[in-house]
Design a protein around this ligand. Structure first.
Ligand code: C2O
Ligand code: CU
Ligand code: CU
Length: 516
């Protein structure tokens, strides 16, 4: 681990206004709350569109609760609870022994209505991460609702079969709300996917990876000092689906594992302990064209990866550990086990890994409206404001000229992680930024690494799965990542931001607006 020294952190502390400014801004923002939040009238666009009957209707409630995580005292959490009000009961799947919210299981084309309410001591709103939904359904922070009120979402699932998720999005408080337990998966299937015969039912396993820190009373501990905010929160206890020391019992047959990095800031470098390569079949936006074999895979915050794992040849009784290996950015100082698979019984299956999984039409750079002059987004420390994008931090409704895009356009965006930002912080922090764009899935065009940062990049870069569709991409220090993205269907205000939730909360987030 090269350039992130304690001295750099101490230098950061010198910029004491960083957190203070963020806190002050939070108060301002909270008072900006719409006067009558909680109904779709507070939604930004007309046409609340509540007419007609949805295919699935769900009540989703967030509330403080306690769950047993360790033996002894239960852990205080904030969690989502769901109830199917209409449509098939299988639309919600409850994971055992967890604070995580229910897993939505929907089909492409279904119309879903979600009545979100909460009983929390602060405002909140739910965002459907990775889904292509209208502005009013995207969970923008200006739509937050107070305790005891309801926000109704009503949208059609237009997305490819894949593993998406939901979490709160109140500005300045996403980190703590997710940390306390508010998150859940949103799994979409379609006919093309079902025809493949991938492992399903009990052989299709969601695994949500989250690192946490607990005190001696089994209670969650969040950010303990300001330095931690600059790197993002890193816990010392690994939870999978909300459980420590997670063991997955399997049969000798193929499985589909759906991994979500639900951590606030931790980056995982996942590999089987015995060196068996991983077979990746899907990313954020669903299945790849064909399976991909990797010695290890990198999973940045908010990203998903789907694996095909065949235990057919593994003797019953074998225990296999999935590790996170060492790497050069914060959190990668030592390797640790993430979960254990225990081959517990014989299993039978004729399933075979298909050679082709889906069709992905590549976007062409030459078709981009801005091919000649890509939009660039420089990710760097801004004096007195912490992490910023092009020197700007979040303002609730502000959109700069270079953040306005045309509906229907394909564009190239370049994210540039500039560690030697000049000025006071010059050469200081080298932190990766998992950049997320709302409302769409993009394609990764290329990565360029400055020679000075190549060695650091090499500690993680070999695990990047740049194939397929993504809504979040990790941009390493000294790296430029060019992506191709297309704005479709919905006019309005959407977000792009760093999904290191501590960075997001300090304002490393901006709006973009789609216009006709
Ligand atoms: Cu998962 Cu705006 O985020
Ligand atoms: Cu999102
Ligand atoms: Cu960041």
């Amino acid at each position: 681990m090269s350039s992130l020294s304690r001295r750099d952190f101490l230098k950061l502390l010198g910029v004491g206004t960083v957190t203070a400014a963020a806190g002050g801004a939070l108060f301002a923002r909270l008072s900006e709350r719409p006067a009558a939040p909680g109904s779709t009238q507070a939604a930004p666009t007309a046409a609340p569109a509540l007419a007609g009957t949805p295919d699935v209707e769900v009540a989703l409630r967030a509330l403080p609760d306690e769950v047993p995580v360790f033996s002894g005292k239960p852990t205080q959490v904030w969690r989502f609870q769901g109830q199917v009000l209409g449509g098939p009961k299988e639309a919600l799947q409850t994971l055992p022994k967890t604070y995580l919210g229910p897993v939505f299981r929907l089909k492409r084309g279904q119309r879903v209505r979600v009545r979100f309410s909460h009983d929390l001591p602060e405002t909140s709103i739910v965002h459907w991460h990775g889904l292509h939904v209208p502005e009013k359904d995207d969970g923008h922070p200006r739509l937050v609702i107070p305790k005891g009120t309801t926000y109704t979402y009503d949208f059609t699932v237009r997305d490819r079969a894949g593993t998406y998720w939901y979490h709160p999005h109140p500005h300045g408080r996403t980190g703590p709300e997710v940390y306390r337990g508010m998150a859940g998966l949103f799994i979409v299937s379609d006919e093309e996917e079902q025809a493949l015969g991938l492992p399903s039912g009990e052989y299709d396993i969601p695994l949500v990876l989250q690192d946490r820190r607990f005190d001696e009373n089994n209670q969650l501990v969040y950010l303990e000092n300001r330095m931690e905010q600059m790197t993002g929160f890193l816990g010392d206890t690994m939870l999978v689906n909300g459980q420590p020391n997670f063991v997955l019992p399997v049969a000798t047959r193929p499985y589909r594992l759906r991994l979500l990095n639900g951590s606030n800031a931790r980056i995982y470098k996942l590999a089987w302990e015995d060196g068996t390569p991983l077979t990746v079949i899907g990313t954020d936006g669903g299945l790849l064209e064909k399976p991909l074999r990797k010695a290890f895979v990198t999973l940045a915050p908010a990203q998903r990866l789907e694996l095909w794992v065949d235990f057919s040849q593994v003797p019953v009784g074998t225990r296999l550990r999935m590790l996170s290996l060492t790497h050069g950015v914060p959190g990668g100082e030592s390797a640790f086990p993430v979960f254990t698979v225990e081959v517990a019984r014989e299993g039978k299956s004729d399933l075979r890994l298909p050679d082709r999984l889906s069709t992905i039409t590549p976007y062409r750079e030459q078709n981009a409206a801005n091919a000649a002059s890509p939009r660039t987004f420089t990710l760097a420390m801004s004096m007195g404001r912490g992490w910023a994008i092009n020197g700007r931090t979040f303002q609730m409704t502000a959109v700069a000229d270079d953040e306005t895009v045309r509906l229907g356009d394909l564009e190239v965006w370049s994210f540039i992680n500039q560690p030697a930002g000049g000025g006071m912080m010059g050469g200081g922090m080298s932190i990766p930024h998992p950049m997320h764009i709302h409302d769409l899935q993009f394609q990764i065009l290329r990565r360029k690494v400055a020679p000075r940062w190549q060695a650091l990049w090499d500690t993680l870069g070999g695990g990047f799965v740049d194939e397929g569709w993504h809504d979040t991409v990790l941009v390493m220090p000294g790296e430029q990542v060019d992506i191709l993205l297309k704005f479709r269907d919905f006019e309005g205000l959407f977000l792009y931001h760093c999904h290191n939730l501590e960075h997001e909360d300090m304002g490393m987030m901006r709006n973009y607006r789609t216009v006709l």
